[in-house]
Design a protein. Structure first.
Ligand code: KIV
Length: 262
């Protein structure tokens, strides 16, 4: 998948799959699958570092994890997620952030929101960097939104969602994440846009889906949004493996003289 394939897939009405990923070994697993693209999301602050929101994610953290993922998944399209306020302190500072992600191995960047970002998006795109937009529930604004809540529930907010999506498209975004909005609203936006929408908690009619690694693999226990589908009981499987190791050592079954010893 490269940047041109996003449009091709969208025109051919093929769904686009994106998964978040934060480390080298997990990236190698994604690299061996048919998943189209990886988002090194700022959700890493929550699922990798145990914070309650994405706000504590820093550029340093994000760039290190982007580089690790890029080493593990050389064949995948990698999107780096600009963390909280890392693109809101003037054009020069924002461009330095973008540069760090691209040097680390991202092929595109994502940023949240519309108002106040459009000139930056145009500048980043004009500088040769693909930009993914993100509207609806924008977790970096959690304190302004009053929590992780479904957005665009009413007509006025749905009209604004569409207006923001069109503005992001006009500014040059190659795709737009729609997070936690009613399915009908996401469908209406998707039908009006030329670029693909990538949904998370936005129903079945977006052009593709993104899901958080730890959510889909059943590793994150703190919080399970309604929109998550768990494909593995990862927590329990790993817990069992650790208890098996503990039992083997205590029963003196591991290490085995023939198999594991020099
Ligand atoms: O940081 C992230 O993982 C995201 C997705 C939830 C879209 O932004």
């Amino acid at each position: 998948m490269n940047i041109l394939d996003w449009q091709t897939k969208h025109q051919q009405q093929q769904k686009i799959t994106v998964v978040t990923c934060y480390d080298y070994c997990s990236a190698q697993i994604v690299a061996s699958t048919k998943i189209d693209a990886i988002l090194v999301g700022d959700t890493l602050a929550m699922v990798m570092y145990g914070h309650a929101t994405t706000i504590p994610a820093t550029v340093e953290m994000m760039v290190l994890h982007t580089a690790a993922v890029a080493r593990g998944a050389k064949n995948k399209f990698i999107i780096g997620d600009l963390p909280f306020l890392s693109y809101r302190q003037g054009l020069t500072q924002a461009m330095q952030t973008v540069q760090r992600f691209m040097v680390a191995g991202a092929q595109a960047i994502k940023l949240e929101g519309t108002v106040g970002n459009l000139e930056l998006i145009k500048h980043v795109v004009a500088s040769g960097v693909p930009v993914m937009g993100h509207i609806g529930m924008t977790p970096q604004s959690v304190h302004q939104l009053g929590g992780f809540k479904v957005q665009a529930k009413h007509k006025k907010a749905q009209d604004q969602l569409l207006q923001h999506a069109l503005q992001l498209q006009d500014a040059g975004c190659f795709a737009i994440v729609l997070e936690c909005v009613p399915s009908d609203a996401a469908k209406a936006v998707t039908e009006k846009l030329d670029v693909p929408t990538i949904g998370i908690g936005a129903g079945p009619d977006t052009s593709g889906q993104v899901i958080v690694w730890h959510d889909m693999l059943g590793l994150y226990k703190d919080f399970k949004p309604k929109f998550v589908k768990k494909y593995l009981n990862g927590f329990e499987l790993m817990q069992q493996a650790l208890n098996d190791y503990d039992a083997d050592v205590k029963a003196k079954v591991f290490p085995n003289v023939e198999e594991h010893c020099y």
